[in-house]
Design a protein around this ligand. Structure first.
Ligand SMILES: Nc1ncnc2c1ncn2[C@@H]1O[C@H](COP(=O)(O)OP(=O)(O)OP(=O)(O)O)[C@@H](O)[C@H]1O
Ligand SMILES: [Mg+2]
Length: 225
């Protein structure tokens, strides 16, 4: 089958909170395997846009298509399933579950997908080893460094081999050394898994490593590198 030219299609997205128009007709396309950075001032709508792409929020108008699926018309149940199986989300502050170990945190989305505990733990271990966290499998989040926590969060986002990896200011809470480590990890993930990624960031260095930079300004994409 011929590969689709565009893997992610966003057309004329509009989102308001009351009278505040945050997204005023946002349109862009992303190819399979492409790494796109979204840059914009604080309050420009980066998180709002990622939450819509990640099916965590809905716009008032527009089209979002991910790997041929028109996501905005899915039922709530279908959205939950799509989010679990097709989307990986990395948040600014990792959002790992504190009571669970690194391997358990990573295995959880695979368990939800329907794998047995044994299979889910085996997949989580394989991925953590690949991401150089093989020595940290049974550490709980409190016993991991900030950079390690973020890498575990990336592993959790990748475990179900998502169509789309979304990351919202993923290095925002890290020091310079851990930032660099995370940036390198995103590059590896793109190269080794041909992962399609959209990352919102203030970080110029992280943005400069992307294939393309979309600038969000006054509710629209104003600049495409
Ligand atoms: N649930 C909400 N209700 C009302 N207003 C909201 C809500 N969520 C976001 N906003 C407003 O929408 C605008 C865009 O917010 P958003 O969080 O998307 O910006 P951002 O680009 O991610 O900013 P930052 O770089 O600071 O993370 C802001 O003015 C914010 O106050
Ligand atoms: Mg934000």
């Amino acid at each position: 089958m011929e590969e689709q030219a565009f893997f992610v299609k966003v057309e004329s997205l509009r989102k308001s909170y009351g009278s505040l128009e945050v997204l005023r007709g946002v349109s862009f396309h992303v190819k399979k395997g492409e790494y796109v950075a979204i840059r914009g001032a604080s309050g420009s709508g980066k998180t709002t846009l990622l939450q819509i792409l990640g099916l965590l929020d809905s716009p008032q108008e527009g089209i979002v298509e991910i790997n041929g699926v028109s996501t905005l018309s899915l039922s709530e149940r279908e959205k939950d399933k799509f989010r679990n199986q097709r989307i990986g989300f990395v948040f600014q502050f990792h959002e790992l579950l504190p009571e669970f170990t690194a391997i358990e945190n990573v295995a959880l989305p695979a368990l939800i997908r329907g794998l047995s505990l044994k299979e889910a733990l085996a997949e989580a271990k394989k991925l953590l080893v690949e991401l150089s966290l093989g020595e940290r499998l049974s550490h709980k989040p409190f016993a991991l460094s900030g950079g390690e926590k973020q890498r575990v969060a990336v592993a959790r986002a990748l475990i179900n081999k998502p169509d789309l990896l979304l990351a919202d200011e993923p290095s925002g809470s890290l020091d310079e050394a851990h930032k660099e480590e995370l940036h390198q990890l995103f590059e590896r993930v793109q190269q080794e898994y041909n992962q399609t990624m959209i990352i919102a960031t203030h970080d110029e260095l992280l943005a400069s490593r992307a294939d393309r930079i979309l600038q969000l300004e006054a509710g629209q994409i104003s600049h495409i590198k």
